[in-house]
Write a protein that binds this ligand. Structure first.
Ligand SMILES: *Cc1c(COP(=O)(O)O)cnc(C)c1O
Length: 227
């Protein structure tokens, strides 16, 4: 068994245990294996171990991997996306996690329109107001949701966050806050927002206990990134 296969098994076991602790069905939580900087050979090992869903941060890097893996994998874009790159992202990614401003939403909508598709997106929220991180403020989220709902080629399916880098119990309030924000927006907008993308290698179990449906895990699967 490869190291990656062992790591995947361990991450899946911990995910399922966290879901059960919270009285949730483990089948409701999907693992996004974050493969930024990871070479295609190692991604293939993960595919061989049953992993299908991968997350990438950089379009240029993702492009080659998506072509190389073909039908064997599906992809989420989890990085910061510039509006002028919207065209290159649409249709390549099943879900784009980081939509945090109207300009980007409009660019994605236009790109999806010309591609004749509907692009699924998540709204990224910056809960702690950290200047170093992307994301709309929680206060502005309802307005952005309303604006996105006017864009016919986008489908907003949930929220994503990158909380401050703290130990797992210290980030729990942020995960809970994202879930509560989602519940509020869902009532307000009258459309379901089933997805919560939160939790990484250091804190995915806490995120699952607080309702994550997508956890983005890199190092716990592929080892630390050396660049
Ligand atoms: C790199 C990255 C991750 C994975 O982080 P790990 O700590 O390696 O699990 C998750 N989400 C985003 C947005 C990332 O950029």
């Amino acid at each position: 068994m490869s190291q990656i296969a062992q790591n995947l098994e361990e991450v899946r076991r911990r995910m399922a245990a966290a879901a059960r602790r919270a009285g949730r069905d483990p089948g409701q939580v999907r693992l996004v294996a974050v493969s930024k900087t990871v070479p295609v050979e190692l991604i293939r090992q993960a595919v061989a171990a049953g992993q299908r869903l991968f997350g990438e941060n950089y379009l240029q890097e993702a492009r080659g991997k998506i072509e190389a893996l073909g039908e064997a994998a599906s992809w989420h874009f989890i990085g910061h996306l510039q509006s002028n790159k919207a065209k290159a992202a649409v249709n390549r990614f099943e879900l784009i996690h980081g939509v945090d401003r109207l300009k980007l939403a409009r660019a994605l909508d236009a790109a999806a329109a010309s591609a004749g598709t509907i692009q699924k997106i998540l709204m990224q929220v910056n809960l702690a107001g950290e200047a170093s991180k992307s994301g709309t403020s929680p206060e502005a989220a309802a307005e952005l949701q309303r604006e996105i709902s006017q864009l016919p080629h986008l489908r907003l399916v949930g929220l994503m966050t990158m909380p401050p880098f703290l130990d797992p119990e210290a980030v729990r309030p942020y995960f809970r806050a994202l879930r509560e924000l989602r519940d509020g927006l869902q009532d307000l907008g009258g459309t379901p927002l089933p997805e919560l993308s939160m939790g990484m290698s250091g804190d995915f179990e806490v995120a699952i206990e607080e309702g994550a449906t997508l956890v983005r895990v890199g190092t716990a699967i592929f080892g630390s990134r050396v660049l």
